[in-house]
Design a protein around this ligand. Structure first.
Ligand SMILES: Cc1cc2nc3c(=O)[nH]c(=O)nc-3n(C[C@H](O)[C@H](O)[C@H](O)COP(=O)(O)OP(=O)(O)OC[C@H]3O[C@@H](n4cnc5c(N)ncnc54)[C@H](O)[C@@H]3O)c2cc1C
Length: 469
């Protein structure tokens, strides 16, 4: 598989030549820190833009993200890196997320006991707190599924009140058919989990009101959207002698024995000293040579076990500026198919500037076999508008332009036992020298930006250690 067309690694310069596959958060973080360390970095991005799932879009003279994208980390190294990229060009989002329930009521984050009691009802609230207390005294013998994990943590009643319907819409299957392993990412991602827990603890007197953690209520956000961070990283790489090649889909890695020596795109082969790939794991493994039988078996099983949810995002230009106070609303109600609505007007002024309209992003999550995935843009726009009207989020405010974005295979679904299939694939990849597979796709990991930054940093450290610079 080695290439005759490729240039020899390091032949053109004394700096190590490193390829990064994918210009999303994972890949760009690795490329950015390597460029800072003096490597000759070439990023190959299959699409026309940088930022991956965390990119921002210019839309109708405003800026929007792919749904709500908040960056949150407790890791000082990642925080410092974020600050070094964004500089002073950020503002604080005073986040007002909310939950729209089956009964049409909106609960505000962070959950306040008085608000919950008023909306959920006194008797039901007392039952929730009692069941939570009982559950803590009598833990489940085994926590295997996401449902077990939620019931163990909150009691069954709270699971049914706050978590079941939303997560079933999100994953497209009952929580009892999701591996408990998702809890790590879900609990980090969801302010709801912490806030419910705090409200319950207050209910049973474990914490006092003033001790309630203000979960991601305020967070820093770039003036020009989440994607601004990645656009800046790409600019830095280019300004420092590296390349960020768009529409450069990597078709295969080139190897000699167990050592990766380069990669191939439609334009030909290039040789590298090290490759960091954030491309999806299964196709990557499938094209590598020397698969032992357990890897071949895992590749076959992966089709049914390592599955993904896809998303259809419908952007609506709404001619009004005070639609509703929340920055985003999770749609826990079964009355609509949308799972979440983001109101970019309630993020930072840099996103909308002087414009007098609001952009809403109405999210639908589905499998690619579902009708939602194949609906036309017009059908999706009509559905989104109808659903928002039905839950009272639009009132009589007129809707102008619409824009639809489809995100194929963007959320890994942790089916029970998925690790049995995933592990041999990861072990096989990890056995190749001069290769790191990272990121949401590269590790089949349902995670957030900061986790991908960490993987990018670790891959860059690994490349530097392997190449000695
Ligand atoms: C709707 C939504 C809301 C989210 N909200 C949040 C949030 O609030 N906070 C948060 O931290 N995270 C959030 N996330 C998650 C976050 O976007 C992802 O964790 C992150 O973008 C993953 O980074 P990545 O680099 O691993 O993958 P990606 O962002 O998917 O980037 C991978 C890149 O690699 C490219 N690529 C793939 N294969 C190839 C190939 N063969 N050749 C060349 N290029 C290739 C792709 O085109 C893509 O640009 C959200 C995600 C979605 C979809």
């Amino acid at each position: 598989m080695s290439s005759s067309a490729s240039s020899a690694p390091s032949a053109r310069s004394s700096h190590p030549r490193i390829a990064v596959v994918g210009a999303g958060p994972a890949g760009l973080t690795a490329a950015y820190v390597l460029a800072r360390a003096g490597a000759q970095v070439e990023v190959h991005e299959g699409s026309r833009v940088v930022g991956g799932l965390a990119r921002s879009l210019d839309l109708w003279n405003q800026r929007v993200d792919l749904g709500p994208h908040r960056f949150y980390t407790q890791d000082a190294r990642i925080n410092a890196l974020w600050e070094s990229v964004v500089g002073q060009d950020w503002a604080t989002v005073e986040s007002h997320p909310g939950v729209l329930r089956n009964d049409g009521q909106v609960l505000r984050y962070p959950l306040q006991v008085a608000d919950v009691v008023r909306k959920v009802g006194f008797t039901e609230s007392v039952r929730c707190v009692l069941e939570y207390g009982m559950q803590q005294l009598r833990p489940l013998p085994e926590v295997r599924t996401f449902e077990d994990w939620l019931v163990q943590r909150f009691g069954r009643r709270v699971f049914e009140q706050f978590f079941r319907d939303y997560n079933e819409k999100f994953f497209g299957r009952p929580c009892s058919q999701i591996d408990a392993g998702v809890s790590g990412s879900a609990s980090k991602d969801s302010s709801l989990i912490d806030t419910v827990l705090n409200a319950l603890r207050m209910g049973v007197g474990i914490t006092r009101a003033r001790a309630v953690k203000q979960v991601t209520e305020k967070f820093p956000f770039p003036h020009r959207g989440t994607g601004e961070v990645y656009e800046r990283m790409a600019r830095f790489i280019r300004d420092n002698g590296g390349e960020v090649l768009l529409e450069s889909r990597v078709e295969a890695l080139e190897v000699e024995g167990r050592k990766v020596t380069g990669l191939r795109t439609a334009k030909g082969s290039r040789a590298y000293d090290f490759v960091i790939s954030s491309a999806p794991l299964v196709p990557l493994v499938a094209q590598l040579p020397g698969q032992p039988p357990e890897v071949q078996r895992a590749l076959v099983e992966a089709r049914d076990v390592l599955t993904f949810r896809s998303a259809v995002l419908v952007y609506l230009e709404v001619h009004g500026t005070n639609l509703f106070p929340e920055s985003w609303l999770e749609m826990h109600t079964r009355a609509v198919r949308t799972c979440r609505v983001t109101n970019f007007r309630n993020w930072v002024p840099g996103l909308y500037g002087q414009e007098r309209s609001s952009i809403l992003c109405v999210e639908y999550w589905c499998a690619q076999e579902e009708d939602l995935w194949t609906h036309s843009d017009e059908a999706m726009a009509a559905l989104a508008q109808r659903e928002l009207e039905s839950v009272g989020l639009l009132g009589s405010t007129p809707v102008g332009r619409v824009h639809v974005v489809r995100l194929p295979r963007c959320f890994p679904v942790y089916q029970p036992g998925y690790q049995r299939v995933l592990q041999p694939l990861q072990t096989h990849l990890d056995g190749f020298e001069r290769l790191s597979s990272i990121g949401r796709g590269g590790r089949f990991s349902y995670n957030s930006q900061d986790a991908n930054w960490r993987m990018g940093l670790e891959a860059a450290d690994g490349a530097r250690a392997a190449l000695g610079f």
